[in-house]
Design a protein around this ligand. Sequence first.
Ligand SMILES: *[C@@H]1O[C@H](CO)[C@@H](O)[C@H](O)[C@H]1NC(C)=O
Ligand SMILES: *[C@@H]1O[C@H](CO)[C@@H](O)[C@H](O)[C@H]1NC(C)=O
Ligand SMILES: *[C@@H]1O[C@H](CO)[C@@H](O)[C@H](O)[C@H]1NC(C)=O
Length: 349
Amino acid sequence: MIASSLLYGLLAAASTATAYSPAKYTNYTVVKGIFQQDDDATNPSTFNFTASNFGLIPRSYPSDDSYPDSKQSTQWQRLAHYIDTLNKKTKRKERYTLFFMGRHGEGYHNAAETYFGTPAWNCYWSELDGNSTVTWADAHLTEQGVVQAKRVNTFWKHLIKDEKISPPEKYYSSPLYRCLDTARLTFADLDLPHKNRFQPIIKENLREGVSAHTCDRRSSKTYIKKNFPEFKFESGFAKEDPYWQELHSEPRANQDARSKEVIDEIFSQDDESYISISSHSGEIASLLRVLGHRVFSLSTGSVIPVLVKADLVIGDAPATTTLPYAAQKTCTAPPTIRDSSCNDCSCCL
Ligand SMILES: *[C@@H]1O[C@H](CO)[C@@H](O)[C@H](O)[C@H]1NC(C)=O
Ligand SMILES: *[C@@H]1O[C@H](CO)[C@@H](O)[C@H](O)[C@H]1NC(C)=O
Ligand SMILES: *[C@@H]1O[C@H](CO)[C@@H](O)[C@H](O)[C@H]1NC(C)=O
């Protein structure tokens, strides 16, 4: 698939270097009918991805006839053959990539929100680094969070051994501790081909929507390097957090713009057909918006597969707007109300 990356590269270079060449951009579509998660009839709050073979729908594919022995194959093997076939089609301006997007396991910030209630969490506690017993700034995984990630590891082992899934060929992670740790636990000692071994890359733009919560402030590059020596950084990764601002939050438009940027980067740089992303609930929701997938919220430790078709389209890319960060309201003492009527901090004393 080197050729298609070259094509993308040349087109990208051409559109910036020569004024008269037509502008091009990449448009994304979710290929429906492959996974239950993109079907409106599937209820995200009760859906169990490990109990349902990742949501892979048992069906035939147009390419089944050319599979060497389709009676002896698993659904995942026939899907891989289908994706291969799609990517080999002559029309090289389109590409198909299967993403596995995983939310981190439970972190101390998740446990604290449950403990204090959302209003007190949002309007008071989340702006602190922690209390006298627990730290939730760049939160680590709780014991439960570690268990969740290890369950996903067991699930991958089962998928590789019994279902003959094509595992990820490339791994990306948010720079926040809970995602790095989740990725490391999830992909520990899997039976992977040498060229696709776990060599994760940290991408700034896979981080959670930046709120005033200290759990959204990342640690320094030095700290990350020390704790996750097996991870690489994307080029240009800043030494210190370039985004987080005290008592301010990132508008949704900005988050979607950087989600689009990260997807564009992945498609212009990588030829892999299977890509793992370790990220957050809010950020995966943003990636799904950018890709045109329906809303599908993930509980901590859950993973969603998304088959994406990327098309090079002639024309100007739809404009993206970014806005200034918004000031975030807080209370000087934690509100006692626990219901969502005070999620906007209107009930401060
Ligand atoms: C871009 O993709 C969307 C689906 O995500 C589709 O509805 C639209 O027609 C596509 N646009 C172009 C110009 O291909
Ligand atoms: C999901 O299904 C698995 C079996 O694959 C089961 O062990 C697990 O408890 C289920 N999770 C939930 C939240 O029901
Ligand atoms: C600190 O917060 C945690 C919630 O994550 C709670 O379990 C713990 O009891 C709190 N510590 C104190 C001293 O209140």
